[in-house]
Design a protein around this ligand. Sequence first.
Ligand SMILES: Cc1ncc(COP(=O)(O)O)c(C=O)c1O
Length: 432
Amino acid sequence: MMSESSETRLVAESRVPESSVRSGDARPVDYSRVFTQAIDRLHAEGRYRVFIDILRNKGMFPNARCFAGHNGPKPITVWCSNDYLAMGQHPKVIAAMEEALHDVGAGSGGTRNIGGNTHYHIDLEVELADLHGKEAALLFTSGYVSNEATLATLAKVLPGCIIYSDELNHASMIAGIRNSGAEKRVFRHNDLAHLEELLSTDDPALPKLIAFESVYSMEGDVAPVAAICDLADKYNALTYLDEVHAVGMYGARGGGISERDGVADRLTIIEGTLGKAFGVMGGYIAADRTIVDVIRSYAPGFIFTTSLSPVLVAGVLASVRHLKSSSLERDGQQAAAATLKAMLSDAGLPVMLGETHIVPVMVGDPVKAKKISDILLAEYGVYVQPINYPTVPRGTERLRFTPGPAHSEAMMRELTDALVEIWGRLELRQAA
Ligand SMILES: Cc1ncc(COP(=O)(O)O)c(C=O)c1O
């Protein structure tokens, strides 16, 4: 397991040595040089991010058009989308958004408190509370904001609170925990013994919160949710579960791993996104009525921002409702993930064989990961973004494939053959 936590990486990422800013004499700071150097560092390490310029073709996902570096748009197959179930292209979702646009116009026109509390928002919160079997839910403008705002606020409302955080938690949870000012203990990834060791050494009288994810999106592994709830019960801790990479995709109604494992009622707060499997945009928490009321009333990230466009909310409503009753997309995704993992593994490629829909292929070098991704796009029309530091620890750079119900076996075969050819061409490491 990796020794470097997400937090360590994120702090290191943004820190520039003071010596490179101060001139050391009376000369004024050369701002332009400092900014240029910050970018140069990324180039030197081979992890400067290049955004690929694409347009998806409505109703034909994973087909898209790519604009960069070509003479006109070039057809590509998208292999790294978090629109995991292609719900962003679903006719019901598109129809609901069109209808809302024509009925109420484009934006919400205000914060939830001042003019922006539309009927769509209220309906969606009821739908999401029901999805997780909770009394209430609260919408945010993104999953990132929901994590940051909720964690930062919770611990402020609980003086003395200690937060126990999995070392691979997402940047948004880390930001929320940091902004809460609470004491923090980082436990080794999914390591129950370590978590218990930390819980047992703290004062039993202090408030405690365990913050973790269900599906870890870069590894594709799953947290022992029930066992963490057992520890929470034993040490009288609250639990905060990020189900961003699980909602819509696991559980009979898409309630996530907590629904699949029958433990939703044991979690204090469940957090999710509306921008991945639900295919649109936004984030939320679901919890008991009082906790939701506390966040609604105290969290600046909820209070002081324009609410989601009703058009987006209408699309999410259609998506959540559809996935509550249809397992077709979920089953298709699981079948596609199993097929792709088998193909890549049979071909000797270093695929990480987790139990989820996420299919990472280890490269272990940022320059090579970028090179493979560039060749795939330029020569094979395959789009997969390289995943580099600080998203993953150095030396574990990878390609992360997200097969879904719309990826055909023929597409998977083409992808596998392309990877085998590139692996040979670049003399890359095969599976152990
Ligand atoms: C684990 C996790 N939590 C939260 C988020 C943020 O969600 P959103 O994209 O809706 O802001 C992400 C996004 O990638 C994530 O991976």
